[in-house]
Design a protein. Structure first.
Lengths: 115, 115
């Protein structure tokens, strides 16, 4: 079946502009994660959604970052007033449920470049 | 919070030889240790995982060992093939207050198999 999809695959923007990144999780998956992968670094947790529960926002680096998940499916990560240090690959992952140690399935990522 | 260190950052291995990647973690409460493979332009994909009640796990040419006392775990790939060339990430997991797996990733190892 279809995996996790993300759009756009690449995004170039100017410093100070807002960007929206989209994630479509695997159908039926109730949990969704966003990560940031900077060049030469590991994946940095940003935010977690599980069903209708309050999201775990503990990884968001600043108040310029926010995310929504509408209808328990598609999620949008918004970065306001982008800065050059926001340049990275933004990865989305989903899991079937909230059970601990479930496999996270990753999308291909959105490569964001802030000029 | 958890801190995961991964070594080496790059590794070149002759085809057919073995490759070993090592990780250490800081939080003794971590209880789940997945390994991900990331090919160019793709999201990470789980290749093997190990839980804290197990010392070793093997899946064909891939094995993972865990030493909880020393807080380190390793990935072993035997009989390496060109398609094993990729970036490999280790991770350690704590269950957060939100019930999700909070994965902390290592910084990655770029493995190159030399034909």
């Amino acid at each position: 079946g279809a995996g996790v999809s993300q759009s756009p695959s690449n995004k170039v923007t100017e410093k100070g502009k807002d960007v929206e990144l989209r994630c479509d999780p695997i159908s039926g998956h109730t949990a969704l994660y966003w990560y940031r992968q900077s060049l030469g670094q590991g994946l940095e947790f940003l935010i977690y959604f599980q069903g209708n529960s309050a999201p775990d926002k503990s990884g968001l680096p600043s108040d310029r970052f926010s995310a929504e998940r509408t209808g328990g499916s598609v999620s949008t990560l918004t970065i306001q007033r982008t800065q050059q240090e926001d340049s990275a690959v933004y990865l989305c992952a989903s899991t079937l449920g909230p059970q601990p140690q479930e496999t996270q399935y990753f999308g291909p990522g959105t490569r964001l470049l802030v000029l | 919070g958890e801190n995961v260190e991964q070594h080496p950052s790059t590794l070149s291995v002759q085809e057919g030889d073995s490759a070993v990647i090592k990780c250490t973690y800081s939080d003794s409460a971590s209880n789940y240790f997945p390994w991900y493979k990331q090919e160019l332009g793709k999201g990470p994909q789980l290749i093997i995982d190990i839980r804290s009640n197990v010392g070793e796990k093997k899946d064909q040419r891939i094995a993972v060992t865990l030493n909880k006392t020393a807080k380190h775990f390793s990935l072993h790939i035997t009989e390496t093939q060109p398609e094993d060339s990729a970036v490999y990430f280790c991770a350690a997991s704590l269950e957060s207050n939100f019930g999700n797996e909070k994965l902390t990733f290592g910084t990655g190892t770029r493995l190159t198999i030399i034909p």
